[in-house]
Design a protein around this ligand. Structure first.
Ligand code: FAD
Ligand code: PYC
Length: 416
């Protein structure tokens, strides 16, 4: 049975109830052309573009929980394209351009707000690294500019730039087109768009096995709701990709870590832009509801815990209070964690696998939210054509054999 969404049902039952019933109770058919495992933003965007741009509509998106309940619904929504290497800059800039038109594309307000992303430098080495990014981005045609501490303070008045603090601000890189969006709106917007094109979205349907023919190619999946046949499978299960790919006999170059975030009580507008500091392990912006949205670095040890170590968020709050002394009296409302999977070079893996019919999109680590529309767009093209989209090609699994890595540890900007 297909899942469908209508505004009428929203009006009748209220958003939560209608949404819940339409997706929670949907039963899969016994066979589809294509199965996408993972109803996060990337999986839903993939299904949307497969249906819209490639005419493949016999698709099921399966999730073990509720749609958007993974990292898509847990992240701090920072969007930017100021990466170092040409391959990454092209991919993230493709995504940024899609963000700029996404609300109109989906007819759903994803609240993309290009309020500027400022990355602080606290050491001589930070200055050199971020200036290198500014120069690289300019050559790539991507906006990024260098600010003195005084210029940074003019743009972000609560920032403390006094030279006597433990990690003084020595300068900052600013991407003005960077910003934030509303995470659940992105998942819902793509889900609604995909569903309207005929895609089935099946929640509470964990994939427990991947079936293969004696000749090697995929033939379908085993799920909590029974077996489902398919000739193509896209795995988009951030944080759990190693587990899912092992079902097809593949070992992935990935490690999974908890990454945490917190929000404060809501206050009137105080933070005009996004500020990130890798050195002190903190990043902060203000949501339209008024809460300060604060994120930490990853835990030090791999784990599947969706909470993460308390000391990590305590250290982040200490850093935030030092950078923004006026926030010291704010209370934190809630904190949570997500599980991210990271590659050795901190760049994603998008493409074909050694198993015919099996495609993978993973390894976005701490930074895949910003890529959501671009990732779905290039992954859909890769699945539809059976060959890597040109923007995805450098991010193949094969790079771990050739050694042609795309090291973005500095641009990832979140402490790993
Ligand atoms: P998800 O949204 O996690 O979707 C994967 C889905 O797969 C999940 O819904 C899960 O339930 C499902 N799944 C897993 N296993 C199975 C199975 N066996 N069967 C069926 N379904 C399965 N990125 C940024 O760009 N900017 C940020 O500011 C940012 N901040 C972050 C802050 C935090 C605290 C966290 C945790 C992450 C942050 N990220 C950020 C990273 C970003 O959230 C992720 O890279 C991105 O959301 C990944 O999207 P996704 O759709 O691939 O994964
Ligand atoms: O990649 O910009 C990012 C990011 C910010 C917070 C977590 N990831």
């Amino acid at each position: 049975m297909g899942s469908r969404f209508s505004f009428l049902s929203l009006l009748r039952h209220g958003a939560g109830k209608a949404w819940d019933r339409q997706w929670r109770d949907a039963q899969p058919k016994s066979a589809y052309d294509t199965i996408i495992i993972g109803a996060g933003g990337h999986g839903l965007a993939t299904a949307y573009y497969l249906a819209k741009e490639h005419g493949i509509r016999d698709i099921a998106v399966l999730d073990k929980g509720w749609l958007g309940g993974g990292n898509t619904g847990r992240n701090t929504t920072i969007i930017r394209s100021n990466y170092l290497w040409d391959e990454s800059a092209a991919l993230y800039e493709h995504a940024l351009k899609l963000w700029e038109g996404l609300s109109a594309e989906l007819n759903y307000n994803v609240m993309y707000s290009p309020r500027g992303v400022m990355m602080l430098a606290h050491t001589h080495h930070d200055v050199q690294v971020f200036q290198r990014h500014v120069y690289a981005n300019r050559l790539q045609g991507i906006d990024n500019e260098w600010l003195t501490p005084q210029q940074a303070k003019r743009i972000c008045p609560p920032l403390d730039i006094s030279p006597t603090v433990r990690y003084p601000v020595l300068g900052a890189a600013l991407q003005r087109r960077g910003g934030i969006a509303r995470h659940d709106a992105v998942a819902w917007g793509y889900a609604r768009g995909a569903s309207a094109l005929g895609v089935d979205i099946i929640q509470n349907c964990a994939v427990t096995g991947i079936d293969r023919a004696p000749t090697g190619e995929v033939t379908g999946v085993q799920t909590e709701k029974g077996p489902i046949a398919a000739r193509r499978i896209g795995v988009v299960t951030a944080g759990h990709t190693s587990v899912v790919m092992a079902m097809a006999g593949l070992r992935m170059p990935l490690e999974s870590f908890p990454l945490q975030a917190l929000v404060s009580e809501p206050v009137k507008p105080v933070m005009p832009c996004v500020v990130m500091s890798n050195t002190v392990h903190a990043y902060i912006s203000q949501s339209d509801k008024g809460e300060l949205v604060i994120g930490a670095g990853t835990d030090v040890y791999p784990s599947y815990s969706q909470t993460g170590g308390l000391h990590i968020s305590v250290e982040t709050l200490q850093a935030i209070c030092e950078l923004f002394p006026s926030f010291r009296r704010l209370r934190m409302l809630r904190n949570w964690g997500g599980i991210v999977d990271t590659t050795p070079d901190r760049s994603p893996i998008i493409g074909l696998t050694p198993v015919p019919g099996l495609f993978v999109n993973c390894g976005w680590g701490t930074g895949g939210f910003k890529a959501t529309p671009g990732s779905g767009h290039v992954f859909a093209a890769t699945i539809a054509k059976g060959e890597p989209d040109p923007l995805a090609a450098p991010f193949s699994l094969h790079r771990f054999i050739t050694g042609r890595l795309i090291d973005e540890a500095a641009a990832a900007a979140v402490a790993h």
